[in-house]
Design a protein around this ligand. Structure first.
Ligand code: GRF
Length: 267
């Protein structure tokens, strides 16, 4: 059943995906309306788009928070409900057997949780059904994710990634695709989980990389695809057509793998 959903958006930069979503809501292609726009960067150009559309905006300056913590960890304490061991054991951003310095992981998770608690506080003024990350360049930890995804098996944080996941997670999807010499590039909309760009895939678009393409033209073609794909996925959510299911299979090394995937229900 289609309902008009309340959409919260987080951005870091230009916000061209946000603009595509605002336009799609205005013309009814997405059954929803954007109720707030938040940023980790007070200078994000995309915040101005919100002002133009009469939408409330706010920012939580991640850079300042992280710097303040490094200067004096006692200055900014972790939120009272932050349990480092719990967050560390849930997250899959850093694997336990690689060589990442555990102190660095602690500082990463703690500083992000401090910032995330402030984001959550700002967001609490605007009830929402779906949170969209539209070029939000910060990793969300389980601290934040669990406080947004409060109904079991009903994820409600979406992200758009500039590559055909699971290939090329990370910050430069088009760049990594192009430099690898791929002949096809694309973008992916997925729900957020505890890892890096690893959550259940909702939709993808692909396009060919031609002989005369440059990284710049690949980015341009990719963004044009993103502007169509993201609103389509939001509308599927509004229609109640995104169902997560758990699938289990045996991996090549004989381990049992359980994975959550999205099934798109027929209209
Ligand atoms: C997009 O390429 C998106 O896939 C990635 O960051 C970029 C954001 O662009 N996550 P914009 O701010 O929406 O213009």
């Amino acid at each position: 059943m289609t309902r008009k959903i309340r959409i919260g958006a987080l951005i870091s930069g230009t916000g061209s995906n946000l603009q595509a979503i605002l336009d799609a809501c205005e013309k009814g292609a997405v059954a929803g309306r954007v109720v707030f726009i938040g940023s980790d960067n007070p200078n994000a150009a995309g915040l101005e788009r919100g002002n133009k559309h009469g939408i409330s905006t706010f920012s939580v300056n991640y850079g300042d928070i992280i710097r303040a913590y490094h200067n004096d960890p006692a200055h900014d304490a972790a939120p009272a409900d932050f349990d480092l061991d719990e967050i560390r054991s849930k997250q899959t951003l850093f694997s336990v057997d690689n060589k990442v310095d555990p102190d660095k992981v602690t500082v990463f998770l703690t500083t992000r949780a401090i910032a995330e608690a402030r984001l959550l506080k700002e967001m609490s003024a605007y009830p929402f059904d779906l949170l969209v990350l539209a070029g939000f360049m910060r990793t969300l930890t389980p601290y934040f994710i669990d406080r947004v995804n409060t109904t079991k098996d009903e994820p409600r944080i979406m992200n758009i990634h500039p590559a055909l996941l699971p290939s090329f997670p990370g910050i430069d999807g088009y760049g990594d695709t192009f430099r690898y010499g791929c002949k096809v590039a694309g973008c992916t909309v997925h729900f957020i989980d505890y890892g890096e760009d690893s959550g259940p895939i909702i939709g993808q678009r692909a396009f060919s990389i031609q002989f005369d393409d440059t990284l710049e033209t690949v980015r341009k073609k990719g963004l044009a695809q993103e502007w169509e794909l993201y609103p389509e996925c939001l509308h599927l959510f509004a229609q109640g057509r995104l169902k997560t299911v758990k699938v289990a299979y045996e991996s090549r090394d004989g381990k049992r793998v359980e994975k959550t995937v999205v099934r798109i229900l027929p209209e």
